[in-house]
Design a protein around this ligand. Structure first.
Ligand SMILES: Cc1cc2nc3c(=O)[nH]c(=O)nc-3n(C[C@H](O)[C@H](O)[C@H](O)COP(=O)(O)OP(=O)(O)OC[C@H]3O[C@@H](n4cnc5c(N)ncnc54)[C@H](O)[C@@H]3O)c2cc1C
Length: 410
């Protein structure tokens, strides 16, 4: 009996996961990976600062899907097929143990992404997956259930099944070969970036980190909490990255010109802070405001907020004028800062946008328009926050595609 051929476009996490699982599940399948560059698993290598944050120790699907600004409800269904515990077990069965850090991120115990790369390459070799590098797919056509892939240089490769695992493209034009093929793609915009604040006095505090703040985008409902880091170009840290992910599309529309309101003391709002100030004026009456920072904020930040509120250095708590107190309260819990531009966070950036989810069957990752065509990974319109969520999407959808296409090969 002739073997059927599966061609996978893209030698990244999703492509490899689909390839190795399909080859193992169905020995009657010839599996080929086409990779446009001369490197395999390039993002896995650099991910998580070279340690590869493989997944997140979250075992509740309902909680997990909250970490995906786009595609959460699609993944909710997909996770029933392959979830975090399956990822951990899959790697464990192949000799790769994962460990969990305090914040839930999971890494190989070796702290090296090479462990994940070696595991996937070994698995590909074991099941005879053929890997062809420097092959960029330029066009995809179908005729009566058979696929032709036109590669750079004019080479044509035939296939019975195709899995597109080409990752996120930053420019819409890069999706042309897929849209020409008949699929709809939501235009890409970057997610997970930091905020630029050129010339803003707050950047003089670069290096200051505040563990728990609330940041809100003025004029929107977008608000996030977490650690904030002041950098020499603006603001970064988990609170900012989360906000950038949830606001990826809205912020792109406004060309990254917006204002944020920061609550440096999120246990308080303006009213409760006013009450707290009454108490502080009494308790700390004779002490200088500048010397007594009652909110455990970094001293440099406290001094900055006092200056911004025109609280003079020699002032004692009891003598704090009402106008200065009002300004300080405002600056502590609703200080406004202008953002002018973004910087892509080098550690873990993803593309929001991609293949429209209503064109894919989540049970198989097969196109609803073209039988025999499957999708996996960041090419679909799913993206997560930092923390291992993007790789979990790659493992889940890669695995479902493998299972889906091996089922259809029977
Ligand atoms: C610096 C960085 C660090 C990251 N760290 C983490 C992390 O620690 N944890 C986490 O969960 N996520 C992380 N991410 C996100 C994560 O890497 C991606 O979401 C994930 O790699 C997506 O996998 P993929 O296989 O879908 O796409 P990719 O990894 O992008 O792979 C797609 C592959 O397809 C190839 N390709 C594209 N077009 C074609 C074509 N036409 N023909 C042939 N080949 C093609 C590309 O060259 C590429 O090799 C990080 C991202 C970056 C940029």
């Amino acid at each position: 009996m002739n073997k059927k051929r599966l061609v996978i476009i893209g030698g990244g996490a999703a492509g490899f996961f689909c390839a190795v699982n399909a080859a193992r599940l169905d020995p009657m399948l010839e599996v080929i990976i086409l990779e446009k560059t001369g490197k395999l698993l390039g993002k896995v290598r650099i991910s998580g600062g070279g340690r590869c944050n493989v997944t997140h120790a979250c075992f509740s699907m309902a909680d997990m899907v909250k970490k995906y600004p786009r595609g959460g409800s699609f993944l909710k269904k997909a996770f029933h097929h392959f979830f975090t515990n399956d990822t951990i077990a899959w790697f464990r069965e192949r000799g790769v143990e994962l460990k969990t850090e305090a914040d839930g991120r999971m890494f190989p115990v070796t702290d090296s992404s090479q462990t994940i790369i070696d595991c996937l390459i070994k698995e590909a070799n074991k099941y005879g997956v053929e890997i062809l590098m420097n092959r960029e797919v330029k066009q995809l056509t179908t005729d009566n259930g058979h696929w032709s892939l036109i590669i750079n240089g004019g080479e044509v490769i035939q296939a019975d099944y195709v899995c597109v695992a080409s990752g996120g493209y930053p420019k819409p034009v890069q999706n042309n070969w897929l849209t020409q093929q008949g699929h709809r793609i939501e235009d890409p915009v970057p997610s997970l970036f930091t905020f630029n604040m050129p010339g803003n006095a707050i950047t003089s505090l670069m290096g200051v980190s505040v563990e728990h703040v609330r940041v809100k985008i003025a004029g929107s409902k977008l608000s996030e909490e977490g650690t904030l880091l002041i950098t020499h170009w603006g603001m970064s840290g988990p609170a900012i990255l989360k906000l950038s992910a949830w606001g990826a599309r809205e912020l792109a529309t406004g060309n990254y010109q917006f204002s944020i309101m920061i609550n440096w003391v999120p246990a308080f709002n303006e009213n409760s802070l006013r009450e707290k100030f009454q108490q502080l004026r009494f308790e700390l009456a004779t002490q200088k405001v500048v010397n007594r920072n009652p909110f455990s904020l970094p001293n440099r930040l406290w001094e900055f907020l006092l200056k911004r509120s025109e609280v003079k250095e020699e002032l004692r708590w009891a003598d704090l004028p009402a106008a200065a107190q009002n300004k300080l309260i405002k600056n502590l819990c609703a200080g406004e800062y202008e953002v002018k531009g973004k910087t892509t966070f080098k550690e873990e950036f993803v593309t929001a946008g991609g293949l429209e989810l209503n064109e894919i069957d989540f049970n198989t990752m097969q196109s609803k328009k073209f039988p025999g065509l499957f999708f996996a990974g960041e090419i679909i319109n799913v993206d997560g926050l930092t923390g291992g969520f993007n790789f979990q999407n790659a493992w889940t959808t890669g695995w479902i595609a493998a299972k889906g296409l091996t089922r259809s090969n029977r």
